[in-house]
Structures are given as structure tokens and as C-alpha cells.
Design a binder for this molecule. Structure first.
Ligand code: NAD
Length: 262
């Protein structure tokens, strides 16, 4: 199927690692021009080197910083002359006891995964209107549909789904579709890196980090394994493709059958 993404200018946030990196690689295969943002400039530069056959612009951006975001979007528009696709992907996760979860962490997660996608979408809308075409893909989570016990994460990912639906209504009149991918657990550094979900699972289960990561997949995911980042990326690329442009307001589960709701 021809996806019509050649020479589209695609922004991906959180592109230095995990799902964002896979999303950038998948768009690159389709011949898109990439504007990649992350706190990790070293990771972005490594990806730029890997994607040497594509036009790639990278910038160190903290998506929680309003001025940083504004400058980034202006820089991308100036560099490429237009913006076609926005993938709001930067994020994190943290488990914790619901009753004592730190308010400050909750606020930081909201800044990162709720306000940043809204801000970046608003900043891109004038560019989409100028094009007469646009597409937004938000990385939400199945835990925005079914509680995973990660209070800030679940709440904010649920908000991302509603943000997706509100913007899909708002943007339809100017030919912009807005969708979300809802991954189940994905094999990324978010599970394996020190202090991240794997360690938190290990302390909850009394197993080692690797054992508890493995145990979680086998006992919770019908397909018995984590998603590969590329499997989330292919859904994101499809949703922003030309053949899928009439699909809007969808929060698509990519979860090996883990969630039973739509
Ligand atoms: P990851 O840690 O591998 O990558 C996240 C990237 O976001 C990192 O490169 C990080 O530097 C960047 N980032 C963090 N804060 C930032 C900021 N303020 N400004 C700019 N960049 C920032 O994690 P991942 O697993 O690839 O997660 C990507 C997205 O997918 C997140 O929104 C996450 O919530 C979501 N998600 C992940 C899983 C999973 O199991 N890994 C499941 C569902 C949803």
C-alpha cells in the first residue's frame, strides 16, 4: 500500500529512545523528512547519523517548556518550510502507592504527557491550516482505558485519549486527523533501565528485574510477550498516512490482546 508519506515533514517528540526512535525510523523508511525532539541530544544525533539517507533536523527540546516548544516549532517550519505530521510521544511512567503518590511527580507527569501534547498541537495547527492537510498521533496507553495502578500515568493517558477525541472534532474542518496509539507494555528502556518500571516491579514481586519483567508479560499479555517498538511505530505511521486520513478520533490498542475494551 502506498502511504503517501514521502517528503511529509514529521515531528516526533521523545525520539531518542524506545517507541519514539522506532516511530522516526518507520517514517524514514517511507521517505519522510524528520524533525526530532528530545532532552537527549546525543541520542538524537546518533539517530540522525543512522537515518543519513533522509533529511533530519534534531533539536534538544524539553517539551514541558513553553518557550522551548514555541522555538522548536518555528525552527522546524523555517527549516523545512512546512509541518505535516506531529507525533506527541515523549513520556515516562512511574509506579507508586496511590494514596501517597507525590503530588509534585503527578504535576510533572501532567506537564510532560498532557499539557505538552496540547501545546504542541496548538502550535502546529496554523501550519496544518496553511497546508490544508495535517495529522496528529498521540502516544497514549491501554492504561488510559483500563487502570494499571499507576495513578498519574493512568489518569494522564486517559486524558490523552480525550484530548485526541476533542482535537479530532476541532481539526476535522481543516482536514487534519487526530488519533492515538494505545500500546500495552512495550519492550523499551522504560521497563529495563535502572529505577524504571522493571525495578519497581521487582520490588513489588520480590523477583529480579528480568524475572519480574518476564513474569509480567506471561501472566498479563495474551500473546505472552511485550510489543516491539516497531509494532507501535507501524500503527502510528498508518494512522497518519494518506489512506488512513478519514480515520480520526480513534485510540487504537496495540497490545497483544491485553485490554478487553475498545
Ligand atoms: P523511553 O524512556 O524509551 O523514551 C522516552 C523518551 O522521551 C526518552 O528519549 C526521553 O529522553 C524523552 N523525554 C522524556 N521527557 C522529555 C521531555 N521533557 N522533553 C523531551 N523529551 C523527553 O520510553 P518509551 O517506552 O519509548 O515511551 C514513549 C511513550 O510511549 C511515552 O509516552 C510512554 O508513556 C508511552 N508508552 C510506553 C509503554 C511501554 O511499555 N514502554 C507503553 C504504553 C505507552
Amino acid at each position: 500500500m502506498e502511504l503517501g508519506l514521502k517528503d511529509r515533514v514529521v515531528i516526533v517528540t521523545g525520539a531518542a529512545s524506545g517507541i519514539g526512535k522506532a516511530i522516526a525510523e518507520a517514517y524514514a523508511k517511507e521517505g519522510a523528512k524528520l524533525a526530532l525532539a528530545d532532552l537527549n541530544l546525543e541520542g538524537l544525533n546518533a539517530l540522525k547519523t543512522e537515518l543519513k539517507d533522509n533529511e533530519v533536523y534534531v533539536e534538544k527540546v524539553d517539551v514541558t517548556d513553553e518557550k522551548n516548544c514555541r522555538d522548536f516549532i518555528e525552527n522546524v517550519a523555517e527549516h523545512f518550510g512546512k509541518i505535516d505530521v506531529l507525533c506527541n510521544n515523549a513520556g515516562t511512567a512511574l509506579m507508586g502507592d496511590i494514596a501517597t503518590f507525590p503530588e509534585e511527580t503527578f504535576r510533572k507527569h501532567a506537564e510532560l504527557m498532557m499539557y505538552a501534547p496540547v501545546r504542541l498541537t496548538n502550535l502546529c495547527i496554523p501550519h496544518f491550516k496553511k497546508n490544508g492537510w495535517g495529522s496528529v498521533v498521540n502516544t497514549a496507553s491501554i492504561f488510559g482505558k483500563q487502570p494499571g495502578g499507576l495513578i498519574s500515568y493512568d489518569t494522564i493517558k486517559a486524558a490523552d485519549i480525550m484530548i485526541t477525541k476533542d482535537y479530532s472534532n476541532y481539526c476535522a474542518a481543516f482536514n487534519v486527523n487526530v488519533n492515538a496509539v494505545c500500546p500495552g507494555p512495550v519492550d523499551t528502556p522504560l521497563w529495563h533501565a535502572e529505577g524504571q518500571l522493571g525495578d519497581q516491579l521487582a520490588s513489588a514481586t520480590g523477583m529480579s528485574r528480568d524475572e519480574s519483567i518476564d513474569w509480567f508479560a506471561k501472566t498479563n499479555i495474551p500473546m505472552g510477550r511485550y510489543a516491539k517498538p516497531e509494532e507501535i511505530a507501524s500503527a502510528a505511521v498508518f494512522l497518519s498516512s494518506e489512506p488512513a486520513h478519514y480515520i480520526t478520533g480513534v485510540a487504537l490498542n496495540v497490545d497483544g490482546g491485553m485490554v478487553k475494551c475498545i
